[in-house]
Design a protein around this ligand. Structure first.
Ligand code: PEP
Ligand code: MN
Length: 339
């Protein structure tokens, strides 16, 4: 159960509410976010929620019995929009492309990527400075110095930055230089990291775990929200299946299902989703047709020389063509009246 509190609820009204919940043997947890205060009531007993909804100091009440509540569409029917400032928005019909290399490699590469993105109207640049690699001997990123350098150039060009945070200890140092924190597939259920990201006021893009279910992804998002951060996006990036003909199985179905179950924007990552450069364009467009609010994709001046994930990375020519097609597809989707 989600009980939304009035901004000016008095201490007395608040303790009356908690007492009332106790009489139904409900456990209550207070959640305060950037936008509102809530009480999450957890219990089994069925009762008429109007007996609470009519109490003083309460603005709204909803029964949500799923394990995830605040991220559920059952409570918030209207889609959430993520506002990154300077007119860059994601969700509620606002579509964005996020593009850039798998890893930030050098100043030259940063400048060249920015030039490509600006020319093609992309507002958000992706790139990893802390890289989760299957082998410890692979390139693991330029770290905070790389992020500072990248931020300097991105800011001058008016671009927003999305990058992966791997550990709680990195958050403070990264905060000032990041517009969206990415939680990678391998950290999708790192609950300590999710708790910590729930305590900051920056948008989070949470990726689905390599073998994570939709329900697990939504519960992971609930960790962030219940710690106080409502600015969350969900990302489908492919799951591990029995198929070996491509890197991951992009679960296109997850896109409409997530949008139905949750009010949060849904992002599709076709690069990791298929892992094959030649087909990134088709699955990216399929993701948009399925309802994704943004696409995040890997782009490099010379994918053959990329330090990581070159096999799934587009060159600038391929990227330019796909960006045009993505924008057209997003418009076409609206034209034909898809929800
Ligand atoms: C990435 O975005 O480069 C990345 C490592 O993604 P994932 O966590 O989905 O593997
Ligand atoms: Mn990658």
């Amino acid at each position: 159960m989600i009980i939304q509190l009035e901004k000016n609820i008095t201490e007395e009204q608040f303790s009356n509410l908690k007492e009332k919940l106790k009489t139904f043997s409900y456990k209550s947890v207070k959640v305060s976010t950037q936008f509102s205060d809530y009480i999450i009531g957890v219990g089994k007993k069925e009762f008429d929620i109007r007996s609470i909804g009519t109490m003083e100091g309460i603005s709204d009440i909803h029964r949500v019995s799923d394990a995830y509540k605040l991220v559920s569409r059952k409570w918030k029917v209207k889609e959430t929009q993520i506002d990154l400032g300077d007119g860059v928005k994601i969700g509620q019909g606002a579509f964005q492309v996020m593009a850039g290399p798998c890893s930030i490699e050098s100043e030259e590469q940063i400048k060249s990527t920015i030039d490509h993105l600006v020319k093609n109207g992309v507002k958000i640049m992706r790139g990893g400075v802390y890289k989760p690699r299957s082998s410890p001997y692979s390139f693991r990123g330029l770290g905070i110095d790389g992020l500072k350098l990248w931020h300097q150039h991105a800011k001058a060009a008016g671009l927003k930055i999305i990058t992966e945070v791997m550990m709680t200890e990195q958050i403070d140092d990264m905060l000032e230089y990041v517009d969206i924190f990415q939680v990678g597939a391998r950290n999708s259920q790192n609950f300590n990291l999710l708790d910590a990201l729930g305590k900051i006021d920056k948008p989070i893009m949470l990726k689905r775990g390599i073998s994570g279910t939709i329900d697990e992804l939504l519960q992971a998002a609930e960790y962030i929200f219940s710690n106080g951060n409502e600015k969350i996006m969900l990302c489908e990036r492919g799951i591990r299946s029995y198929e070996t003909a491509y890197r991951n199985t992009l679960d296109i179905n997850a896109i409409p299902i997530l949008k139905e179950k949750s009010h949060l924007p849904v992002i599709v990552d076709p690069s990791h989703g298929i892992g094959v450069r030649k087909f990134v364009d088709s699955v990216a467009l399929a993701g948009v047709m399925a309802g994704a609010d943004a696409v995040i994709m890997e782009v490099h001046e010379c994918p053959e020389k990329a330090f990581s994930d070159g096999q799934q990375t587009l060159d600038y020519g391929e990227s330019k063509l796909l960006i045009e097609r993505l924008k057209k597809t997003s418009e076409f989707r609206k034209e034909i009246g898809l929800r």
